[in-house]
Design a protein around this ligand. Structure first.
Ligand code: SAH
Length: 687
């Protein structure tokens, strides 16, 4: 079987579809999967085990045999728990072949082969009967099919099918029930991920305000879930407008319906403000009594001591279609609509004199369509990008730099996806300036500026003098930002594009940014290390086979590669000073030869060196730089503040280095290589 994998090509700025063997897809799936993170989730594992023991006991007390159906067995963990708890037989279903194979090995290694049958099928393909996959229907249904949004991995249709065909009526289910909670909040920070705020431009002749077009203002955005580590959102970044309320729950021990539906709850704001965001999370009760509860509630809802770090389940941020001013104590209705895989929200004010009886009636008209972007901006800019464009501090740096380089007769060319730079520059007041925007991924944001700002729909290498009205470019600008970039250095596509348009540049051209530099720092992660760390024994079961599998897959292709993570969500402590390692000079063309560097970094603090973090800094003009990584660092403890709009590159070390003695500082040596042919950066670290 052949697979096509999308990969960003930093030398062309586009996505390319590469043909890969079956292995590739499979290794990606394993290496980047959340299996390791789940196995490290102690809270989840302990509670599943308790719930499973309780369910097996209840069935046994009724004098029945305990027959377990474990849908999505993964490593086989939950089936092994059931078998240890005294279940008579377990059917462990796993659709992903490499995992099903791993489950067979793990089950065997732990001595449960006679009690657990691993079936490599999707649960909807499983047959029941004397010649079927299962001899009879099960009376205990165990699953872990949930994502941060609860239903995004298809739990509802899977349960619906299982109740119809695979389990007995009145079966026990672990978990027994899931409940979704919501809280209405006002948050400029989170709202800035959905909406473009007016941009303030300090021009020579006073402040000008760039106002987004009305179609963008009224656009409902995109339906994809926004899942984040809400525990990293400081309480100063939002205001709760309501208490936490239960939105809906699902009882997994009864037939489940997956068809689209809406739920409505009444709310009374505890505070007046602007309703913008619905924060949401869920919990699962492992047993009917609700005594064994596993919750994703954020820090302000439960004591910090009860917090379990996990990355496979986080919290959701939903954006209301429009901002709605609400008053403390007024009557509101919040509606959650869902289809089989996703949820979206809507807020209505109660009508005058409305009572309970009317409520049912209105249920029908509250059904709202899933959000679909009409303005195109939400397709071009993802949520962090909206946040970045709304960052006035950042905008100010660009304005300052533009002001330094703009002359009244400048001819500018902008190369960046969906950039506001040309519009900003225009508002700066240099009326004679002529702007060109090169590229296809741009917005027609240039209302009334058509005579000043021209969009050229051509790739850089196809640029012709006629596109530029036979003028030479005196200022080449970029943020740089490209939607296809995954790792920080993928935005070096700006350099490639700059190289491709060289013949159109005036001899004294100004390039903004003039250069970029790659920075690096050794860190200890508070939690993120878990996703790459072997588990060994999980709740008494040997899952080393899984560890080995992940290691193999990591080594398959990616061993010398870094991976992108938004570090504002993943706290870490610096163990070394940040260090500039490579510089990319945009005033020159991309060189033919590799750019390499070698050196060593000294570990200055006690801690575990989990890996290196790398990021780019752009030097816009003399003394004006923007960082896409480290923003600030406390010297005392080494706590870091990261750019909240960008992902940084993380290179996990294959073994953790523990630095203890500061009198004899340890050094980590590195070798970093930028290959201009591929645009990729390879690296290697040694103690
Ligand atoms: N039960 C394991 C793994 C959970 S991850 C644990 O708790 O540690 C969920 C697994 O379910 C994945 O491996 C996925 O491939 C599998 N899966 C999801 N839906 C499925 C379905 N309907 N039938 C079979 N396997 C499914």
């Amino acid at each position: 079987m052949k697979t096509f994998c999308g990969r960003a090509n930093p030398t062309t700025g586009s996505m390319e579809w590469l043909e890969e063997g079956e292995d590739y897809d499979y290794h990606q799936e394993i290496a980047r999967s959340r299996y390791a993170d789940m196995l490290h989730d102690k809270d989840r594992n302990v509670k599943y085990y308790q719930g499973i023991r309780a369910a097996v006991s209840r069935v046994k007390e009724r004098g029945e045999k305990a027959i377990v159906l474990d849908i999505g067995t993964g490593t086989g963990l939950l089936s092994m728990m059931a078998a240890s708890a005294g279940a008579d037989f377990c059917y462990a279903i796993e659709v992903f072949k490499p995992m099903a194979n791993a489950a067979v090995k793990i089950v065997e290694k732990n001595g449960f082969s006679d009690k657990i049958k691993v079936i490599n099928k999707h649960s909807t393909e499983v047959t029941v009967g004397p010649d079927g996959d299962m001899q009879c229907r099960a009376n205990i249904l165990v699953t872990e099919l949930f994502d941060t949004e609860l239903i995004g991995e298809g739990a509802l249709p899977t349960y619906e099918h299982a109740h119809k065909y695979l389990v007995q009526e009145g079966c026990e289910a672990v978990p027994h029930r899931a409940t979704v909670y919501v809280q209405l909040v006002e948050s400029k920070r989170m709202w800035s991920w959905k909406k473009l705020f007016p941009v303030h431009v300090e021009a020579e002749d006073g402040e000008k305000i760039l106002v987004p077009p009305s179609e963008m203002e009224n656009c409902p955005g995109v339906p994809s879930v926004c899942d984040i580590q809400l525990n990293q959102m400081p309480s100063s970044d939002f205001t709760a407008l309501s208490d936490v309320v239960t939105m809906f729950s699902v009882d997994f021990s009864k037939p489940v319906q997956s068809a689209s539906t809406c739920y409505r709850v009444q709310l009374e704001p505890v505070k007046s403000g602007k309703a913008q965001i619905v924060l949401s999370w869920w919990d699962i009760d492992m047993d009917p009594s609700g005594m064994i509860n596993c919750t994703m509630a954020p820090y302000w809802v439960k004591p910090t001591s009860a917090l379990q770090w996990r990355d496979h389940w986080m919290q959701c941020v939903y954006f209301l279609p429009n901002e709605e001013p609400v008053l403390q104590g007024e009557k509101l209705y919040l509606t959650a609509c869902r289809d089989q895989y996703s949820v979206w929200y809507n807020l209505q004010k109660a009508r005058e004199g409305e009572d309970k009886a009317d409520e049912e009636e209105h249920k029908a008209d509250v059904r709202v369509e899933s959000p679909v972007c009409r303005c195109r901006a939400h397709l071009l800019w993802n949520r962090p990008r909206f946040g970045e464009l709304n960052d006035q501090n950042r905008t100010r740096q660009y304005i300052k730099a533009l002001r330094k380089v703009l002359k009244t007769d400048s001819v500018c060319l902008c190369i960046s996806d969906g950039s506001l730079l040309p519009v900003l520059a225009h508002y700066l007041g240099a009326k004679q300036v002529q702007y060109f925007i090169l590229f296809f991924r741009t917005l027609h944001f240039t209302n009334n500026l058509e005579d000043k700002i021209k969009i050229i729909e051509a790739r850089p290498e196809l640029l012709k003098p006629s596109h530029l009205e036979d003028k030479k470019i005196s200022i080449l600008v970029g943020e740089p930002f490209f939607t296809t970039s995954l790792l920080p250095w993928h935005n070096l596509y700006f350099w490639y594009a700059r190289t491709a348009v060289s013949t159109h540049l005036a001899s004294n051209v100004t390039v903004l940014p003039q250069s970029a530099s790659l920075h690096m720092m050794i860190v200890e992660f508070q939690d993120l290390w878990r996703i790459r760390s072997p588990c060994g024994i999980c709740e008494g079961f040997d899952v080393q086979t899984m560890d080995d599998m992940i290691k193999d897959s990591l080594n398959f292709r990616e061993s010398k590669e870094a991976e992108p993570h938004p570090l504002w969500e993943y706290p870490c402590k610096s163990l070394s000073d940040p260090q500039g390692v490579l510089t990319f000079d945009f005033t020159k063309t991309v060189p033919q030869h590799c750019l390499s560097t070698e050196g060593s970094v000294t570990l200055l603090r006690k801690g575990k060196s989990h890996g290196a973090v790398l990021w780019m800094e752009y030097h816009l003009a003399a003394d004006i730089s923007v960082s896409t990584g480290l923003m600030q660092m406390s010297n005392e403890k080494g706590n870091c503040e990261w750019n909240p709009h960008c992902k940084q590159a993380v290179y996990f070390f294959s073994s953790v280095i523990e630095s203890e003695i500061l009198s004899d500082p340890t050094a980590v040596t590195y070798a970093i290589n930028f290959d201009p042919k591929t645009g990729e950066i390879a690296m290697d670290f040694k103690l």
